[in-house]
Design a binder for this molecule. Structure first.
Ligand SMILES: Cc1cc2nc3c(=O)[nH]c(=O)nc-3n(C[C@H](O)[C@H](O)[C@H](O)COP(=O)(O)OP(=O)(O)OC[C@H]3O[C@@H](n4cnc5c(N)ncnc54)[C@H](O)[C@@H]3O)c2cc1C
Length: 287
């Protein structure tokens, strides 16, 4: 065990919320530590779309150019598919040269955290907050390394909970007070090397019990209610099979209605990440 490490602020979680907060604090000269249980870069269940209105924030954080260079093509159209019905619209834009784009969370989150570190934040990856004691003026915190029994004692005047959802732990925000329920959602994401979807279209497929969206034509993200909706899961699998097989969009859409496409011969080259955190392999060029 090392000596007590003093921080002004400890941020728990280095997703977009935590990393951006740490970046802003470090830039303002605050002594900030970021505790993240995963090692970046890592994949994350997410549609990965960043709207046009969010890109100026990335510019303000100094990451606009390098992230834009790695992002997918500009999304110009959105369409909602429900059964045989389709409603499409052009995405309104105030910035003719920019617009919304998708970027992998392995790239985005790593770039944000790297920028926070470059500005002076202390980054502790594969660590978690394992104990807190309210000392009145500050908090005594125990950090634990995820593999091994190493611990680190810290003090911080402020703790920021940026750990996302459904992660239990010692913070009050990590006590959910209930077990999993039927209406809870199952999140899913896969990347495909090729797809029949137009690259500038962001389609959203709705079906009983769930939805699927794609951004940049190669990322599928979706959510399904779990137990009562086995048909929804079957539809989800049909959709992914059709897309991986390179089928036309119309067939893909029909598959969501439960049409049997089991004869599709294509093979999926997809990788999938679950919300329990599969680790990524891509390297970020930012930060
Ligand atoms: C299916 C799906 C599709 C989505 N599509 C989009 C989209 O297209 N565009 C969009 O903008 N948003 C989308 N979202 C929402 C987006 O993913 C979230 O809004 C975003 O991830 C929230 O960021 P966050 O930083 O609050 O939390 P998270 O991104 O969840 O980050 C939390 C971090 O905290 C870490 N952590 C957790 N517990 C601990 C702990 N005890 N100790 C240390 N570290 C810990 C985790 O490892 C993680 O890195 C989607 C979400 C889902 C489920």
């Amino acid at each position: 065990m090392e000596g007590v490490k003093p921080f002004d602020v400890i941020v728990v979680g280095a997703g977009p919320a935590g990393a951006t907060t740490a970046l802003a604090l470090a830039r303002a000269g605050v002594c900030v530590g970021v505790v993240e249980k995963a090692r970046f870069p890592r994949r994350k269940v997410c549609g990965e779309f960043i709207s046009e209105t969010s890109w100026p924030l990335l510019q303000e954080l100094g990451l606009d150019s390098c992230l834009r260079a790695q992002a997918g093509p500009r999304v110009r159209r959105v369409a909602v598919f429900v059964g045989e019905r389709e409603v499409a619209a052009t995405v309104a834009s105030r910035a003719p040269n920019h617009g919304g784009r998708a970027i992998g969370r392995d790239l985005l989150d790593t770039a944000l955290l790297g920028q926070a570190q470059a500005l002076g934040a202390t980054v502790l990856q594969r660590w978690t907050l394992s104990g807190i004691e309210d000392g009145g003026d500050d908090y005594a915190c125990r950090l634990s390394r995820l593999r091994g029994d190493e611990t680190l004692e810290c003090r911080a005047r402020l703790l920021i909970a940026a750990h996302g959802s459904w992660q239990s732990g010692v913070l009050p925000t990590q006590r959910f007070g209930r077990d999993a329920q039927d209406r809870d959602l199952f999140g899913f994401k896969a990347h495909f090397g090729a797809s029949p979807l137009p690259p500038d279209l962001m389609p959203l497929f709705a079906f009983p019990g769930g939805y699927l969206e794609t951004a940049n034509g190669t990322t599928i993200a979706g959510s399904c209610s779990s137990l009562p909706y086995y048909p929804a899961m079957a539809n989800l699998l049909s959709f992914v099979t059709a897309l991986a097989a390179g089928d036309e969009l119309s067939l893909v859409n029909k598959s969501v209605n439960g049409v049997d496409i089991s004869s599709s011969s294509g093979t999926s080259t997809a990788t999938a990440a679950s919300s329990s955190g599969a680790s990524g392999h891509d390297e970020s060029e930012c930060g």
